[in-house]
Design a protein around this ligand. Sequence first.
Ligand code: DX5
Ligand code: ZN
Length: 217
Amino acid sequence: MTVRINPSILAADFANFEAELQRISTADYVHVDIMDNHFVPNLTFGLPMVERLQQVSPRPLDVHLMIEDPDRWAPGYAEVGAFSVTFHAEAAHDAVALARRLRDIGARAGIALKPGTDIAPYLELLPEFDQVLVMTVEPGFGGQSFMESTMPKLVSLREEATRSGLDVWLQVDGGITESTIAIAAGAGADTFVAGSSVYQSDSPAAQIAALRAAAGA
Ligand code: DX5
Ligand code: ZN
């Protein structure tokens, strides 16, 4: 199975992003959390920062938008060259139209679900998305505990992807460690966001390798 490890720079030193990005050069993608203080009760940074990170990052950017009105803002992240742009189902006005727009610009289109959001209405829309992000914590903060109660959504997604022959990436985000990553991989995830567990390690590269192994790569 292909395993992708995407460290979240939410757990990095915000005063040293260029050096912090170099510490995770063995990752697959760099996960960038955009928070607007409205969709979630926390604020990070926006488009000009992503544009600059894009220029110095050793790996392509996987942008996770935790913002209101992604229909308005998400295309800009694709336009500055983000590899993937994931917006929340709960915030989008027209998720399918937005995903098509992101793909037209040249980014992979992702849809994210909070822990309490049902997957059922989205299963038939799966061909419209390149990736689905199942949040394994309430979005807004790093360092929270993995919610195993979200795993049935991954099982449903994996079943639907297999049934319809779709190469859609199934991502988890929140509380991913060497122990929880195996649970998520077993449920069908193939793309893993890890903030604290990577950046709190003395050796992010060793931790990325350990996560990869624990996921069954
Ligand atoms: C939470 C963010 C996550 C966060 C994960 O809202 O979407 O990407 O950085 O952090 P950890 O791995 O510490 O749970
Ligand atoms: Zn995230």
